[in-house]
Design a protein around this ligand. Sequence first.
Ligand code: AMP
Length: 422
Amino acid sequence: MAKATGFKTPKGTRDVGPPDSARWQALISAFEREAQLANYGLLHTPIFEDIGVFQRIGEGTDVVQKQMWDFLDKGDRRMVLRPENTASVCRSFVQQRPIVPWKIWYQGPFFRYEEPQAGRQRQFNQLGIEVLGSSDADIDVEAIALGSRFLERIGLKRVLLLINSMGDVETRLKYAQAVQDYLRANLGDIDREDHEKIEAHPLRVLDSKRPNTRKVTAEAPRVEQFLSVEAGAHFDRVQAGLGSLGISFAIEPRLVRGLDYYTHTLFEYQSSALDTAQNALGGGGRYNGLVEELGGPDTPGIGFAMGVERILLACDAEQAFVPPDTAPVVWIIDVTDGSSARDLTHELRSTGVSADRSFDHRSMRSQMKAADRSGAAWAIIVGDQEVASGVVTLRNLRESDDQKTIERSQVVAYLVEVLSQR
Ligand code: AMP
């Protein structure tokens, strides 16, 4: 058989290796920390689900209509690689029936079959939270604040928080009708590509980025006039809460977000350091009805998802969130038969000190080079003479003339002691 000419990552996907992967992992840890501070537990759901789980979330959305990465499995079941997590979390809630409020966080890969472009991939990663089982507006505030604190904590400064309310189901229906009437009346001024949506999903026209459509939607009816007394009070409480926590926000009446199931609070975090096509770092909202759609009891929910790749792009643009130092602390340079390197790396690692070495009996010079390249702070050098006298040379690679000879049997304890004092 002919040799393969070299496989590449599938379209719209990429490898994330060192050193980028370390920064990636640190970002997830920062999010995990924030989630834990607010008592959210980690939930893993399967990467693929029955397609029905997602068909509920918004029949008029691109995510469901065009971008589902679905396939028939060997048992002829139609499955889908998950395009988002809210529906999976609700499916899990219905299946597990946990005590409410159920506060969970997640992170992992998601899949949308779309045309790749800057900041848009077919496989991308999200981190997010969901809270099921409470309709208290203070949970909206808690969720929004968690996202804001996370973005602030990783060093992003140019983040805008936009919020809006869709009111309750009744509000939404009345409002959608008013928007549809208005759009129909202004059809001639709206970009052609948006016409189809006017009939099927008029609210989705509001978040169109096309210039002519945007001119028209700037004057569209606003949801405030349609909010019921309760929905208005909910939105007021959210705004007052954010104000009390010192979180700045702007009300964006055209913020509707992609999925059909949202009610009440909607929000989005945007980066002003990125261009508009890819400036959404994440967003979410309240969905009072999705659990019921999936066969569970009437259960309110709220959550958000953020894009890991997007956040890292924003960090690059703002020169924030520097990659963590992943260099080993110690590098062993062994110019004998390699036994000292083998044993010392093990001893150091066993005491919790990171250590590495060269293999394949390289020359002293080559091993020194590798030590420098690794970024290690210390080198332990072992030659024939050292072995004969039961000692090693310990060199501080960060300070040029800090070098000493030390008993082989003492060196690990000595390093542990020195490192503990830093
Ligand atoms: P959504 O679930 O569509 O609200 O997306 C939430 C966040 O995930 C967005 O704000 C983006 O940061 C990110 N995101 C969504 N789709 C993609 C994609 N195809 N590629 C990269 N990031 C994405």
